[in-house]
Design a binder for this molecule. Structure first.
Ligand SMILES: [Ca+2]
Ligand SMILES: [Ca+2]
Length: 98
């Protein structure tokens, strides 16, 4: 009865199994890259370099423009880096798909 015991042990430690099984060094690197890419994107949208994205600047990307109102939490018509970091392009895609 060695085998069922091993299974139960694995099931009781999902966090360990997940950390070891699903997150390879390569994947970690990709997550880092994604986070870096979002920073790059912010800089690309911030044309006048004032550290925030105006609605005019957001208009360059239809998906960002669509989410602009939601992302602008304090309603100052600008997205700070923090507000921009909440943007999930996939979210806009889901909303746009009936
Ligand atoms: Ca700007
Ligand atoms: Ca804002």
């Amino acid at each position: 009865m060695k085998y069922p015991f091993a299974c139960a042990l694995l099931l009781s430690l999902p966090g360990v199994a997940l950390a070891q099984g699903s997150m390879t060094e390569e994947e970690k690197e990709q997550v880092m890259k994604l986070e870096g890419a979002q920073q790059d994107a912010f800089l690309q949208f911030d044309i006048d370099n004032d550290g925030k994205i105006s609605e005019m600047e957001a208009q360059r990307n239809q998906m960002l423009h669509q989410s602009f109102g939601d992302l602008d939490r304090d309603g100052n018509a600008h997205l700070s880096a923090e507000e921009f970091s909440e943007w999930d392009p996939m979210d806009s895609l889901r909303d746009a798909t009936p």
